[in-house]
Structures are given as structure tokens and as C-alpha cells.
Ligand binder design. Structure first.
Ligand SMILES: Nc1nc2c(ncn2[C@@H]2O[C@H](COP(=O)(O)OP(=O)(O)OP(=O)(O)O)[C@@H](O)[C@H]2O)c(=O)[nH]1
Length: 322
């Protein structure tokens, strides 16, 4: 990590979402405290967000069965007696076709150059392919320790897993190869041990009760976006963006006003649905999730707006947080 890591961590604290962490306890502490940053990379749908959630133990990164839904750099923080592991969640690296694509790739490379440990994720249920080779080759110049994480092992036979591990080992000189299943929990804590082993000796970077430094509004926008995607059956994942315009606390109620941006009028009617039925559904699903996140009652006001070609427009991208 950069030399000003502690300073950055301190700055971040100012805008924290405070949650009470169920602190994970390690059995054996040898007196050395380690702290640092790690991220998972890998092709779309490799299981990075699910693994992040399994490690942190709370829904922070947004998962979806559709590829490339993770847009923002979202951190989860694992606190242990002997270590602090700060997870940075990145979007997948992909061939850029729009300005958004280019910005995402820049963002990914920036994160890679700053972390201490990178876990390259290879889904066990899919053969090693060109995308995996491409990402592995990108690891060569980095100072971070690079681990291979073979994900979704619950989906394959031991025989197939063994073949997969062999294929992965030939891709790159990984420091270690760890097979895991985020769904069954198999080897997740072992993976955490391995990641912590490669963190530098360092004082604690964040206070105990902090799980993420993602501004609350960003998390809320992602929950709304996730709910909106669930309702859309065709391939429009990149055509929806959400901006929380206003948040007001009135007694026990939090009022949230958010805009849901689509690119075209036709997409607007898909999102809204017949007589607003779909938007209503999206609203109530998102509201339930937000209430869980904030731990209180929420009033959610959603507006669908058309921002033509927002993915190609730098002004719109900035407004939407890219
Ligand atoms: N069976 C099984 N499914 C998993 C596991 N981990 C993830 N999945 C599923 O795989 C899909 C993709 O998982 P994500 O965590 O969203 O993948 P990602 O790598 O973050 O995807 P992008 O955001 O597209 O980069 C989801 O449907 C998950 O439920 C696992 O250990 N076992």
C-alpha cells in the first residue's frame, strides 16, 4: 500500500458508515499485528462479491447473477485480534467499448497498484479460458502478493477440481492456490488466514466498529440499482444508474429521494412497467433492503429519468459518481 495509508484511513473515518462488527477472533495470536488491503479480481461472475460478503459477514458488495454489476470500489473490513483485513471490491476488467468501460479499467488498475494482496478468482465450474490468462498476465508487474482463489468448489467433483487446480497453477507463479466455496463456507476462514499472512506488519488502520467506508448514499443507490435490475429480464445492466438526491431523517423515519437513470424512453417504460407496477415493486424491494441497512423505517421516493447516452457522456458520468 502507499506510504500515506494510515493518513488515508484516518481521512476515511470521517465519512464512515458505522456498524457493529461481529469481530472475528483468531485462536492463535503470536503477538504480531498485521493490517492491510486486499482485493479479488477475476472474470465477470467469478464470485468475487459473494466471497467478499462471506468474509465480511454482511451484505456490503452487491451481487447479482448478471455479470459486471459491481461498479464502485466498496470496502469491507474484517477485524481480528491479530489483524485487520480491508477488502476492496473492484469491477471486472473488460474490453472497453465506452467511456464508462475505460474509466472502470483505470479504476481497477489503480486499485491493483495499491493493495498488499490480490486474490485472482477462477470459478471451478468453468474451464480456464482466455479471460483468466489475460488477467493472470496483468499480475506480473505488481508489488502485491498474488494468490489464486478457485471459487465455487461446491459445484464440481473432486476429480474436476484437481484438474482445475492444475490448470490454474500453470497460469502464473501464484504465491498460493486456495480452493473455496463462498456458498457452503468451505475454506473461507483458511483463505482469510492466508491473506492475512501476506499483509504487512502494521498498526490497526480503522476503528473496531467500522465495516465499510462506503458513503451510505452509495450503498443505498446500489441497493436500488440491484432491485431495478432484478425486474429487467433483457440485457440492460449497464443502462441503469441510480443517484440518491436527498436523504432526510425525520424522527424515526428516513426519507430518501432517488433518481433512476436510463438511456432511452423505451427503457424507461420497461423499468416503470404497466401503470407503474414494476417500479412499485422495485421501490418496495429496495425499501426493505435499505431498512435493513439503516435499521429503521424508510420512505423511498423513486423517479425514473432519461439521460441520453449517459455512459458516453463525461458530465453525466461525473454526476453519477464515476
Ligand atoms: N454455487 C456457488 N455459487 C456461487 C459461489 N460464489 C458465487 N456464486 C454465484 O455466482 C454468481 C456470481 O457471483 P458474484 O459474486 O456476483 O460474482 P462477481 O465476480 O462479483 O461478478 P461481477 O460483479 O460480475 O464481476 C452469483 O449468482 C453467485 O450466487 C459459490 O461459492 N458457490
Amino acid at each position: 500500500m502507499t506510504t500515506n495509508r494510515e493518513q488515508r484511513a484516518k481521512q476515511d473515518v470521517g465519512q464512515k458508515v458505522h456498524r457493529h462488527a461481529e469481530a472475528a477472533r483468531s485462536d492463535a495470536t503470536n503477538g504480531t499485528y498485521r493490517a492491510g488491503f486486499a482485493c479479488f479480481v477475476g472474470r465477470p461472475n467469478a464470485g468475487k462479491s459473494t466471497l467478499t460478503n462471506a468474509i465480511i459477514g454482511q451484505k456490503i458488495a452487491i451481487t447479482s447473477s448478471k455479470p459486471q454489476t459491481t461498479r464502485h470500489v466498496i470496502r469491507g473490513i474484517l477485524h481480528r485480534e491479530d489483524a485487520q483485513l480491508v477488502l476492496v471490491d473492484t469491477p471486472g476488467l473488460h474490453r472497453p467499448r465506452t467511456l464508462l468501460g475505460e474509466r472502470l479499467n483505470d479504476l481497477v488498475r489503480e486499485v491493483w497498484s495499491e493493495v498488499d494482496v490480490i486474490g485472482v478468482c477462477f470459478p471451478a465450474d468453468e474451464p480456464v479460458g482466455r479471460g483468466d490468462r489475460f488477467i493472470s498476465a496483468e499480475m506480473a508487474e505488481l508489488k502485491a502478493t498474488v494468490l489464486a482463489v478457485v471459487t465455487k468448489v461446491d459445484l464440481v467433483s473432486p476429480q474436476r477440481l484437481a484438474e482445475h487446480l492444475l490448470a490454474v497453477s500453470k497460469l502464473y507463479a501464484f504465491a498460493e492456490i486456495v480452493p473455496v466455496s463462498a456458498v457452503s463456507g468451505h475454506q473461507v476462514s483458511h483463505l482469510v488466514d492466508v491473506m492475512i499472512k501476506y499483509l504487512p506488519e502494521s498498526p490497526q488502520l480503522y476503528p473496531d466498529d467500522v465495516l465499510t467506508d462506503e458513503p451510505e448514499q452509495m450503498l443505498i443507490a446500489e441497493l436500488i440499482r440491484e432491485a431495478a435490475l432484478e425486474g429487467v429480464r433483457d440485457e440492460l445492466p449497464h443502462s441503469i444508474a441510480v443517484l440518491v438526491e436527498e436523504m432526510m431523517v425525520e424522527g424515526a423515519l428516513t426519507k430518501i429521494y432517488a433518481d433512476l437513470y436510463v438511456e432511452r424512453d423505451s427503457q424507461k417504460s420497461i423499468v416503470i412497467g404497466a401503470r407503474g407496477a414494476r417500479l412499485k415493486e422495485v421501490g418496495s424491494q429496495a425499501r426493505r433492503e435499505i431498512e435493513q441497512l439503516l435499521g429503521g423505517k424508510v420512505y423511498l421516493d423513486l423517479h425514473v429519468r432519461v439521460a441520453k447516452e449517459w455512459q458516453r457522456d463525461p458530465r453525466q458520468l461525473r454526476k453519477l459518481g464515476f
